[in-house]
Design a protein around this ligand. Sequence first.
Ligand code: ADP
Ligand code: MG
Length: 392
Amino acid sequence: MKIDLSGVLYGQLKESEKKYYDALAKNDLENVKKFAQQCANIEKQLADKVPDQAKAHLEKAKRWDEADKKAGTAPKKRMVEKGEKSGDTEEDFSGFGESLIQTSTVTWKDIGGLAEVKSLIMETVVIAGLSKPESIKPDKGILLFGPPGTGKTLLAAAAAGSLKATFFNVKISSVLSKYFGESTKLITALYESARSHAPSIVFIDELDSITMSRDGDQGEASRKVLATLLAELDGFQDKKSDKLILTLSATNTPWSLDDAVLSRFPKRIYIPLPDKKACQEITKIQTKGLDISQVDMEKIGDQCVTRNYSGRDLQNVCRDAMKSMTRRINKDIFDNIENMAELSFEELQKKTLKAGPLSMEDFTQAITRIKSPLTPDDFKKQEAWNKQYGAS
Ligand SMILES: Nc1ncnc2c1ncn2[C@@H]1O[C@H](COP(=O)(O)OP(=O)(O)O)[C@@H](O)[C@H]1O
Ligand SMILES: [Mg+2]
């Protein structure tokens, strides 16, 4: 199991930064040096532990290294908020935005079906990216809705991957729950990071978690988050800026969106279950590089549609089929698995797992094993909502 040490390190960093600034205030040069070095070390460890943000951490480490010799180069102390006791450093939320950065190598070609949706998003991305007259405003944000596993996250990742933009993947529920009462600061930190890493695609998942209708603190937090989010979206649209920051949002349950949220996302795109042709395309994508000439793609398409498979279900079917094929082709290894398990990693690495053609039987077996979690009512509900509220 991977153990995430970054949280502990962030805590230590905060502590050392505080000591550095205390020493600096007292002109205690010995400790200034000591704590600058400590901060540099922690930043280097963070670069190691959080590979997605390695560059930012190494940059900060470098500044701390220099701060050790020359005052004034240290990463800035955050401003103290109004009302807070002065002398206390503000909770540093900058790490939050940075922690949401994911590297996306997904491209449009990795998505099966959804041709219309793809071109709609491409269009939005291109318009947002192009230099244009001031009066032409790009869309503020797009809402993707539909059953789970249909490729909403994948579409956002492809937009980022193709543009070589920084990809921020944010679950709204984590913003609302993470630091109680601090949600708006998290949103601000998120967009601060998006600005500094532009071009950026900000993907806001589980938009339905913002519910105004809830009473008490939860509803209050939602209201504030929505207001901040909308201010950020408006800000980008109105500020004349050559920085591209595009927000895509998603929900599996569009009917639970509040009117207030809905009205601010005028572009709402339905991401349906794949049709026959899309199922075939997804199967090809998910088995890329393998021989599928023996597979009856007509049958696969028909069966997947009948079984209401999503792209994710199809991915599972393909994985399952590939596993059967691997077992069949590498009988010598699998019939002998207990002896193989005795081998050291080094010895195992000398052996190769072979791949052969996937058979129809591999798929038929996989299809019987994998069941869609959806009921017909689920997507009837999606379709009805699309008819009434969907808009592109
Ligand atoms: N249209 C598609 N083309 C190719 N793969 C897909 C497609 N839809 C879903 N998948 C596969 O299923 C996985 C889950 O999809 P995801 O985008 O996370 O769904 P959602 O965000 O709509 O719940 C993807 O990582 C991908 O492997
Ligand atoms: Mg998703």
